[in-house]
Design a protein around this ligand. Structure first.
Ligand code: CP
Length: 302
């Protein structure tokens, strides 16, 4: 992990996932550790973000580092026509680590091949969001006490949702049973289902949330992402496909938790927030400890 970019969740092994979780647990007990000691980290957000950017910035500050960068590419020289290649070449001279979110799939891998410092992918289009996945794994471990053999229900936009793509790959090494609930237009892409077939893991696809959720350990809700649709009519047709309500979970396992990478639009009714199953706000807090762990492991400080 030391000095290596984190572009895809598959860049890390199962042992490395567990190492990140162990170090995050250490940061959860004491999140202010001056390990970066003034080192500079660049946060380049070519796409909007609340949680990922601010939890990275919080993590860097808690580690005693300094953050440079932008949260809106319109304030950068991209507006003058500067390429991603040139931007990464230049920012590599200013920081010892680059955290980047970009709308193009594959952009983080491309940046990692150009940069002379490690790149952390903070989301590249509909492709991958590996730091979200590590905080999801941490949230699952904290709530279920294990990662192996869990029933994982992924609901909503499984086509464009980079968080579910990364999470599927990570949980596949823990022998998860997957249920994919989506409208036809937003089904889990074939390549991920072919991968599960290849490694012999079962999955079930459904169009509706029904009482099979009573067997769920985790319900992972996702937003239908307006920004990924080229056809606005398709977005309008699917945007309200699922709204999770408290009465739908009356017979769920007591230990079951609802996760969501957020932002939420209307796919989880707000009455769920005060019930026993909601964990999505605690999940955001876990993001700080996980990102402290990832940064310190990549920088060779843990
Ligand atoms: N979960 C997540 O990626 O949220 P943001 O888009 O607000 O960073």
């Amino acid at each position: 992990m030391k000095h290596k970019s984190l572009v895809s969740i598959t860049d890390y092994s199962k042992a490395e996932y567990l190492k990140v979780l162990e170090v995050a647990n250490d940061f959860e007990k004491n999140s202010y550790q001056n390990l970066l000691n003034g080192k500079v980290v660049a946060a380049l957000f070519f796409e909007p973000s609340t949680r990922t950017r601010l939890s990275f910035e919080s993590a860097i500050n808690r580690l005693g580092g300094k953050v440079i960068g932008f949260s809106d590419a319109n304030t950068s020289s991209v507006t003058k026509g500067e390429t991603l290649y040139d931007t990464i070449k230049v920012v590599s001279n200013y920081a010892e680590l680059i955290v980047m979110r970009h709308p193009l799939e594959g952009s983080a891998r491309y940046a990692s091949e150009i940069a002379k410092v490690p790149i952390i992918n903070a989301g590249d289009g509909a492709n991958q969001h590996p730091t979200q996945t590590l905080l999801d794994l941490y949230s699952i471990y904290k709530t279920q006490g294990k990662l192996d053999n869990l029933n994982i229900y992924m609901v909503g936009d499984l086509k464009y949702g980079r968080t579910v793509h990364s999470l599927l790959m990570a949980l596949s090494v823990f022998n998860a049973n997957f249920y994919f609930i989506s409208p036809d237009e937003l089904k889990m892409p074939k390549e991920y289902k072919m991968y599960l077939d290849k490694i012999g893991l079962k999955f079930i696809e459904k169009k509706d949330i029904d009482d099979t959720i009573n067997e769920a350990d985790i319900i992972y809700m996702t937003r239908v992402q307006k920004e990924r649709f080229s056809d606005p009519i398709e977005y309008e047709r699917t945007k309200n496909a699922y709204v999770l309500k408290s009465d739908m979970m009356e017979n769920c396992r007591p230990s079951m938790k609802v996760l969501h990478p957020l932002p939420r639009v209307n796919e989880i009714d707000i009455e769920v927030d005060s019930g026993p199953y909601a964990y999505y706000f605690e999940q955001t807090e876990n993001g700080v400890y996980i990102r402290e762990a990832i940064i310190s492991l990549i920088m060779g400080l843990k």
